[in-house]
Design a protein around this ligand. Structure first.
Ligand SMILES: OC[C@H]1O[C@H](O[C@H]2O[C@H](CO)[C@@H](O)[C@H](O)[C@H]2O)[C@H](O)[C@@H](O)[C@@H]1O
Length: 660
């Protein structure tokens, strides 16, 4: 059950969480002041807080009024600094949560083997929580329950004398909490509480704060007990977190100020940009698909996957969206991450990697966790890493193509030749040799390989972008062959991927099933948006692949997994794009605005929307969804401009004509 009563807090709605991050990791903070998901110091570190995936056994870090009450969350303008306000008749508590950053410049990257525990200045990455009574008086309770190694390992607690902090260890993880300002509160109590059967003791702090009083909490990780003790007794107390807060705010706002989007829905677009930036991994330039694992695509079901890795597809889509907004440093860092991956040729290029370029992401089930709202199994690692997905070649080449077209090579004093051109050429050659192979497709379906239409279309993109680079820059390539293969792929898709009796491009060759990934065909330039085959594909998708809201399922055909999933939000945005570029602007706008209502209060989206309950499903926040939101806002704006140019009131047109 998802829900909460005063005495029985189980699972909160997925999109009710606020998210904070420092481009190393991101934490989920509930509106009741509880950090329910936290992997430190990096996105892929074993979670120390995982109440999100097991409300009984998972650790958490809650700061809230002692008398439970809901809090209201908001981000400080233009930033990923989160505030939760608890208001009662006797007082108000303001909780400010953030992860300090030194810089948000994506460049220069710091190298694959950078020590991510420490910052440039040698101090540690941490999470900071400032609890301040802003009105009246408030009794406040802090509960810290660390459950190391996704709650698989037991933990031990020791208190630092003088209420200066707490050390928690277990499963080779060492967590330090510094309590800053405790000495100013004689009423403060700090106790260790442990239920008989719980392997994870909690530390509980109680204090009454009066108007203007505050306490500051900083959590950091150490490599071992000694280092963590030094953190808690020394370093964290010596840092000036007020100035780090000001600096962190400045960094987020400065980064966002380079966003060049000036159209409607600006707030939603900027929140999406901030969310995407939070999913970049600063040390290497990699990008995670989402900072969580196993938030279900079907409530109570088995469709639970780990997204804390870098899919070439998701990452290149992210860069595309950031590029649209004028952010290019992230693409530069990512192309360098790509170049440093170890692979011999297209054959050994994986579809996804760990954030440091790791190739092995072996999937395991954590059977000791019940899963979000009983959705098991909880998985870490991702078996899709071993799949063949032919679309990734097109996505990587398209990303480099866009980077080039935007003049980024010149901007950074780089050129598209040498190793990068060799990489592109190898990938194109690989596609020439393998485009006829079946694969697992964009949706990573865990069944037999098939001839997915979208995969084939992205093979066409790979050839197309390779050809354009070779022609425009006069680079060495087997152009006659590339041109011939590009034409062959196109003819093959048009002959086998479009089913005349269905009136649509289908999921795979010889198939009648619809697939929302085909909404990308006009967006990648494979077919004009007003081609009758595309128009009718869009109509068939609207008729056969949407729910009552008009939101889009990625497919409804059987995929070998039990249960069914919600509508897939990136696909709904793709439908907005198609309607917009077909000139059906009112329909596009109305669908876009309907969908925006399904974000959480903070403007963040997960992967899917449950068609029956309208609740958020899947990992959160998800890059895919925020990428698509940005692109749709952009496409809508372009379509509206086009529409206003074509359908100008005759009187205004005459005035314009006279002025010329
Ligand atoms: O649907 C089954 C698959 O679901 C996940 O894949 C989805 O997420 C990926 C990351 O955002 C995305 O690239 C892919 O297109 C989606 O289908 C999961 O990662 C897979 O293991 C699983 O087979």
């Amino acid at each position: 059950m998802v829900g909460m009563t005063e005495f029985n807090r189980t699972y909160l709605p997925i999109n009710s969480y606020g998210v904070i991050g420092d481009c190393h990791s991101a934490l989920l903070v509930a509106p009741d002041g509880s950090v329910d998901w936290g992997c430190l110091p990096d996105f892929d570190s074993p979670a120390i807080f995982c109440r999100l995936l097991d409300h009984e056994h998972g650790g958490y870090f809650q700061i809230a009024p002692s008398e439970p009450m809901p809090g209201a969350q908001r981000y400080l303008r233009g930033s990923n600094v989160l505030q939760t306000r608890f208001t009662s008749t006797i007082g108000e508590l303001l909780l400010t949560d953030f992860m300090p950053v030194e810089t948000l410049r994506a460049w220069p990257y710091q190298g694959m083997n950078n020590n991510t525990w420490t910052r440039e200045d040698g101090s540690c990455h941490c999470m900071v929580r400032i609890a301040e009574c802003t009105h009246g008086e408030m009794s406040v309770t802090m509960t810290l329950k660390v459950s190391p190694n996704y709650a698989a390992s037991p933990s031990e607690i020791s208190l630092v004398p003088g209420n200066k902090g707490v050390l928690v260890s277990g499963g080779n993880q060492y967590v330090g909490l510094a309590i800053i300002g405790a000495h100013l509160h004689p009423s403060l109590t700090l106790n260790v509480v442990q239920d008989a059967e719980d392997r994870h003791p909690s530390v509980v702090l109680n204090v009454t704060l009066s108007e203007g009083e505050r306490l500051l909490f900083a959590v950091g990780m150490g490599r071992n007990m000694q280092a963590t003790r030094r953190l808690v007794e020394g370093e964290l107390h010596q840092r000036n977190f007020d100035s780090e807060l000001a600096h962190t705010l400045h960094c987020w706002r400065e980064w966002l100020s380079t966003c060049n989007y000036r159209g409607p829905y600006r707030e939603a677009v900027e929140r999406s940009a901030l969310a995407l930036k939070m999913m970049t991994y600063a040390p290497t330039g990699a990008i995670v698909a989402a900072p969580t694992t196993s938030l279900p695509e079907h409530m109570g079901g088995v469709r639970n996957w780990d997204y804390r890795y870098t899919w070439l597809r998701d990452a290149t889509f992210t860069l595309y969206a950031l590029n649209v907004l004028g952010f290019t440093d992230e693409a530069r860092a990512f192309t360098h991450w790509l170049r440093r991956l170890t692979y011999a040729d297209g054959e050994s290029l994986q579809i996804m990697y760990g954030i440091r370029g790791e190739r092995d992401l072996a999937e395991q089930e954590l059977t000791h966790l019940e899963g979000y709202a009983g959705s098991s199994p909880v998985r870490v690692g991702n078996g899709a890493v071993r799949q063949r997905q032919m679309d990734v070649f097109g996505e990587v080449l398209d990303c480099i193509h866009l980077y080039r077209r935007q003049g980024s090579f010149e901007r950074y004093g780089e050129t598209l030749d040498g190793p990068l051109w060799k990489l592109m050429r190898d990938l194109v050659e690989h596609v020439c040799a393998h485009w006829q192979d079946p694969d697992s497709g964009i949706w990573e379906i865990r069944g037999d390989d098939r001839h997915y239409v979208y995969s084939k279309a992205m093979c066409w993109v790979a050839l197309d972008r390779g050809i354009r680079a070779a022609q425009q820059l006069n680079l060495e390539a087997d152009l006659p062959r590339w041109l011939m293969v590009r034409d062959q792929i196109r003819a093959d898709i048009l002959a086998n991927g479009y089913n005349t009796s269905v009136g649509a491009f289908t999921q795979s060759y010889g198939d009648t099933a619809l697939d929302a990934s085909n909404l990308l065909l006009p967006l990648i330039g494979f077919i004009p948006p007003d081609d009758p085959r595309m128009r009718s594909t869009v109509d068939r998708i609207i008729e056969g692949l949407t729910d009552e809201n008009g939101f889009v399922f990625r497919y409804t055909s059987h995929d070998g997994l039990a249960g069914h999933e919600g509508t897939f939000t990136i696909c709904t945005f793709w439908l907005v794009d198609n309607l917009a570029i077909q000139g059906r602007v009112d329909e596009a706008r109305s669908l876009f605005e309907r969908l925006l209502k399904y974000a959480g209060r903070l403007g963040l989206f997960s992967e899917e929307v449950d068609a029956n309950t309208s609740s958020a499903l899947g990992n959160y926040p998800q890059a895919f969804t925020h990428i698509a939101l940005i692109n749709s806002a952009f496409n809508l704006r372009k379509a509206e401009i086009r529409q206003s140019e074509h359908h100008t009131d005759p009187l205004i047109a005459a005035i314009r004509l006279n002025k010329q």
